[in-house]
Design a protein around this ligand. Structure first.
Ligand SMILES: NC(=O)c1ccc[n+]([C@@H]2O[C@H](COP(=O)([O-])OP(=O)(O)OC[C@H]3O[C@@H](n4cnc5c(N)ncnc54)[C@H](OP(=O)(O)O)[C@@H]3O)[C@@H](O)[C@H]2O)c1
Length: 248
């Protein structure tokens, strides 16, 4: 394990596009076995097929992270197929931003369910195995919005602040089990994320912002690889990165 990635079993939620897909590709190329979870089965199935077709190890498991039993099934499938779970990447998320006075309660609920509860379900599924193994690495995806709040993205920012709070609590609690924890907070990265914005005026602004400054999804994948590839006694707890041009 010269790169400390080769041979590791990595479960990734939200692997059907964007950051999750880019991370699956990079880690697989570095010799990890990747287990892909998302709702769009055709996407993860075809990605798994592509990766195995070039000699990689990959498995697709249809998963909706708002269902605790489905996230458990994803992690169980990783252990059944590859014998263990070394890294859990709780990445699935959405960002339907809108000002609070639009009262988009449905979208608030959805963000809380996916961005917060989905992460908790990932922790619930992976932690028992990692405790038993006395090894593992849980990587949660927050955002610049986990550090900053602004008009129009209060709920999204609240969910991403929650991910950082959870990650810090987790970090402190899993020391006895030799488990590493990393929270990664990206700025604007070019993915399908802006498509989750439904309010037309907000969507237009965000698409324009992303078109102007977003950086490629490989930037995130490299941050994951950096955290994973440290020696096992080095725990990179937090990474915050942005496009060089991004002010917020
Ligand atoms: N791109 C950015 O600028 C940026 C910045 C900061 C943080 N982030 C965070 O990065 C993470 C990944 O987002 P992305 O930028 O890669 O956007 P993306 O391209 O839209 O990908 C989002 C992923 O989440 C999955 N997902 C959504 N709801 C799900 C559910 N209920 N169950 C399972 N999977 C679900 C989607 O898969 P299915 O639709 O197939 O289920 C998709 O694979 C998110 O947590 C996001 O908040 C992104």
């Amino acid at each position: 394990m010269s790169n400390n990635i080769e041979g590791k079993v990595v479960v990734i939620t939200g692997a059907s596009s964007g950051l999750g897909e880019a991370t699956a590709r990079l880690l697989c190329a570095e010799g990890a076995s990747v287990v892909l979870g998302a709702r769009r089965h055709d996407r993860i199935q075809s990605l798994a097929g592509e990766l195995t077709g070039i000699g990689g190890k990959a498995l697709a498991v249809t998963t909706d992270v708002t269902h605790c039993d489905q996230v458990k099934r994803l992690v169980d499938a990783a252990v059944q197929t590859f014998g263990r779970i070394d890294v859990m990447i709780n990445n699935a998320g959405l960002m339907p931003q809108s000002p609070l006075d639009r009262i988009r309660v449905d979208e608030w609920d959805r963000m809380i369910d996916v961005n917060i509860k989905g992460v908790l379900y990932g922790i619930a599924a992976a932690l028992p195995y990692m405790k038993q193994q006395k090894a593992g690495h849980i990587i949660n995806v927050s955002s610049v919005a986990g550090h900053k709040v602004g008009p129009g993205f209060a709920v999204y920012a609240a969910t991403k602040h929650a991910v950082r709070a959870l990650s810090e609590g987790l970090r402190q609690e899993v020391k006895p089990y030799n488990i590493r924890t990393t929270v990664i907070s990206p700025g604007a990265v070019a993915t399908e994320l802006p498509n989750s914005v439904t309010e037309p005026d907000v969507a237009e602004r965000i698409h324009k912002f992303y078109e102007e400054i977003a950086i490629p999804a490989e930037s995130f994948a490299r941050a994951v690889a950096f955290a994973m590839s440290q020696p096992e006694d080095v725990d990179v707890n937090e990474i915050l990165f942005r496009p060089t041009r991004q002010e917020l």
